[in-house]
Design a protein around this ligand. Structure first.
Ligand SMILES: C[S@@+](CC[C@H](N)C(=O)[O-])C[C@H]1O[C@@H](n2cnc3c(N)ncnc32)[C@H](O)[C@@H]1O
Length: 288
C-alpha cells in the first residue's frame, strides 16, 4: 500500500506506528510496555526507547563533525567498497539509519536501488523522511528495535546490508542473534558492511593520547556549530542519566569477538578492513 503523508510518499505495509511501517503489532505493545518504569525491558539496554536518540534527532546531523569526526572517512570507504561490488547491488538494508545520512549517499550512488532503512527512534525516522524526500519512491522507512522481528519489512532477499554505529547499543547475546538473522535475509554471495564502535585492548597511555586527539578534533569544530557547546554538554548529561538508570549507552565488543560471532552466524571472509580509534569497519559475506 502506498500512502501520502506530509507530501512524502512512502510504502506502508501491515501495521504502522506514527506513519512508519512497524513490522509487528507485538512490537507496538512491547514499546508501550517498555515505557513503564517497572517493565522488565528496562533491566536491559533500551536506548531506542529511552528517549536518548529522540532527543538527539533534531541536532544529529549538525553535531556530527564534533561528535563523530571519523564518520566522513568511514562513509567514503563504505561507498568505495559498494562501488566495487558486482553485479551492481539493487537492494540494500540500512540498519540504524538515523537521519538517513548514509542511506542518501547510497541512493545517490545507485540510482536504481531500493533501500529498506530501519531505526528504533521515530524522531530519527522523521528527520530521515524529510532528508530523503527526493528518493521517496526508492525507500522503505521502518521503525523497529533490532531485537524484534523486523524481517517483515524486507520484501525478498537483500544484496547488501550496511550498518553504521547502531548495533553497539544492544547486548552482545542479542547482537549475535541479529547476525544469524542477517545471514538469512541476504542473497547468497551478499555482503555485510558493518561499521561499529569496538572495544580496543590498548595500554592506558595510548587510550589517553587517542582520547585527547578526539577531544581536540571535537573542540576544533564546535565553534562552527550553532549552539554546539551547549548541545554537546547536554548530550553528555543525557548519556550519563541513561547510564545511571542502567540503560547503558554503548556496549562495544572486541574486534576479535565481532569476527568470531560473524563467522559463527554463517558469514565467510569476516575481517576488519579499516579502523579509526574505536571505530571499525568489518566486511563479511554470505557464502554463494
Ligand atoms: C549513534 S546513531 C548512529 C546511527 C547511524 N547509522 C549513523 O550513521 O549515524 C544510532 C542509531 O541507532 C538507533 N538505535 C539504537 N538502538 C537501537 C535498537 N535497539 N533498535 C533500533 N535502532 C536502534 C538509534 O535510534 C540511532 O538512530
Amino acid at each position: 500500500m502506498v500512502t501520502e503523508r506530509r507530501g512524502f510518499t512512502m510504502t506502508y505495509k501491515k501495521d504502522t506506528v506514527d506513519g512508519f511501517f512497524c513490522p509487528s503489532k507485538i512490537f507496538m505493545q512491547d514499546a508501550k510496555e517498555a515505557q513503564k518504569p517497572d517493565s522488565p525491558h528496562n533491566k536491559i539496554t533500551k536506548t531506542c526507547e529511552s528517549g536518548f536518540f529522540d532527543w538527539l534527532a533534531p541536532h544529529y546531523d549538525r553535531l556530527q563533525p564534533a561528535m563523530d569526526p571519523s564518520r566522513y572517512q568511514a562513509h567514503s570507504i563504505i561507498l568505495d567498497i559498494l562501488n566495487t561490488i558486482e553485479p551492481e547491488p539493487e537492494k540494500f538494508l540500512d540498519l540504524g539509519c538515523h537521519t538517513g545520512m548514509l542511506t542518501s549517499q547510497i541512493l545517490e550512488l545507485f540510482p536504481e536501488a531500493h533501500v529498506v532503512a530501519i531505526d528504533g527512534s521515530i524522531a530519527m525516522l522523521e528527520e530521515a523522511r524529510i532528508n530523503l524526500e527526493e528518493f521517496s519512491d526508492r525507500i522503505t522507512l521502518a521503525k523497529a528495535d533490532f531485537r524484534d522481528r523486523w524481517e517483515d519489512a524486507i520484501d525478498g532477499d537483500v544484496d547488501v546490508i550496511v550498518h553504521y554505529a547502531s548495533l553497539c547499543y544492544i547486548p552482545h547475546d542479542a547482537l549475535r542473534e541479529v547476525y544469524t538473522r542477517l545471514v538469512k535475509i541476504l542473497k547468497p554471495g551478499g555482503w555485510f558492511l558493518h561499521c561499529d564502535l569496538t572495544e580496543e585492548r590498548l595500554p592506558e597511555p595510548v587510550k589517553r593520547i587517542a582520547a585527547n586527539i578526539r577531544e581536540y578534533q571535537r573542540n576544533s569544530v564546535v565553534d562552527d556549530i550553532p549552539d554546539g557547546e551547549r548541545l554537546l554538554k547536554r548530550l553528555e548529561q543525557v548519556k550519563n542519566a541513561n547510564v545511571k538508570k542502567g540503560r547503558l549507552v554503548e556496549i562495544p565488543a572486541l574486534p576479535e569477538q565481532q569476527i568470531a560471532w560473524l563467522v559463527g552466524a554463517g558469514f565467510e571472509f569476516a575481517t576488519r578492513i579499516y579502523q579509526d580509534w574505536r571505530l571499525s569497519l568489518f566486511l563479511a559475506r554470505k557464502p554463494e
